[in-house]
Write a protein that binds this ligand. Sequence first.
Ligand code: NIG
Ligand code: FE
Length: 401
Amino acid sequence: MWDRLLIDCHVATMDPAPGDPLGVIRNGSIGIQDGKVVRVGKRTELAGFRAKEVVALDGAWVTPGLIDCHTHLVFGGNRSDEHALRRSGASYEEIARAGGGIASTVARTSAASEPELLESARGRLHALMAGGVTTVEIKSGYGFDPGAELRLLEVARSLGASESVRVVGTLLALHALPRGRDRAEFVDEAVEQLIPAAAKAGLATSVDAYCETIGFSPEEVARLFKAAADHGLRVKLHAEQLSNQNGAALAAEHRALSADHLEYLDEAGARAMAEAGTVAVLLPGSFYALQETRKPPVELLREHGVRIAVATDCNPGTSPLLSPTLAMNMACTLFTLTPEEALAGMTINAAHALGLAKQIGSIAPGKAADLAVWRLESLVELGYWIGLPGPARRIFAGLDA
Ligand code: NIG
Ligand code: FE
């Protein structure tokens, strides 16, 4: 006998078929056992199965729980002061070069105690969860040194252990050069100390970097990626956000799980990503907050068959965005994604961007029973409403949470 049987619902399995991008089962039913989906199909097909609890959903839509595959959720303070500066005309780059930006969050993060970091991040995490998120990636990147970076990943891990959400830690090893530090030494430290320590402690599954004129060069990133591979870690990259550094091609060369931002991506980069299976993670929140005008080349990604994911990029500087549903709406309105693409972007394609497509991201036997139940007439509304609160029910590992 199964634990739960969900009935009286329409299911978007996110296992697409020709002409059916969402893999819809109308009048569907989902069987759950030990936190996993055991069977999904038409209500009539599952009629013979019994469960300890039968949950009638009144004709609601069920999707996989949302996956936010790019966040910087753990940090001290906030940067509302820079928000004001930017409104009066200063650019993100100017603020960063003047010692603000990431460096200012690094300082405020260092001044915060571990409980403070944990509780401030928990508040943001709760907002994402209320929006339907069941898996969240959390990057480090606001630490001055290896100890500070590992502390952030430990906070991320504590969040996962204490909340009904799956947390995936990413070591953002090269984010900004701390003031007064020698570049080469800082990269050496990341390669020789930080990556080995994070890998040994099992605190991250991937290594990330910020490849940009105000971040790190492709050569520095290549060194980092090699070290990541030597320690059995996958890689991802903040690429082509403010300029074209050929970061996407570099990421693809290292079989990156994803290249993220991509406003300045070119055709060679898109082709390389397609060949390597590197997911394009689009971050409309930072595009919006920075009032960028150059959009990621979505048509090029489609043409080359690159998987497209969407994430909040929740961070204090470029994307103080706490709503996954708003991220989907923005991906449609600002970047011309279809609502179906936006939903795939926060489910199955986001799972690919985290290397977890076997475990999560669609509703299929053997996958986690992480689900969102939406009282909407149609799932197209996920891309339509501006500020949709979140699902009526959120199910994590088979249980309402
Ligand atoms: O994804 N661009 C670099 N990293 C973040 C911003 C971090 C910050 O400004 O604090 C991003 O946009
Ligand atoms: Fe980011």
